[in-house]
Unconditional design. Structure first.
Length: 60
């Protein structure tokens, strides 16, 4: 019984299928957070540039 348990624990320790799923999940969440932040900053910069261009065209 004890030998079977130690074999099962060694096999479980070598198995990486559950760990990779968690790692992919963490990577996906991180990519979404970073991408969202970058897109928000880009949108703010574009809005500022468009506002400046519109102000120059109208003379304000």
């Amino acid at each position: 019984m004890r030998i079977d348990l130690s074999k099962a624990l060694k096999k479980f320790r070598r198995s990486e299928s559950g760990a990779t799923l968690v790692e992919y999940g963490i990577a996906l969440i991180l990519a979404i957070a970073v991408g969202g932040t970058l897109l928000t900053n880009l949108a703010t910069a574009v809005q500022t540039q468009m506002t400046d261009a519109a102000d120059q065209m109208t003379g304000t």
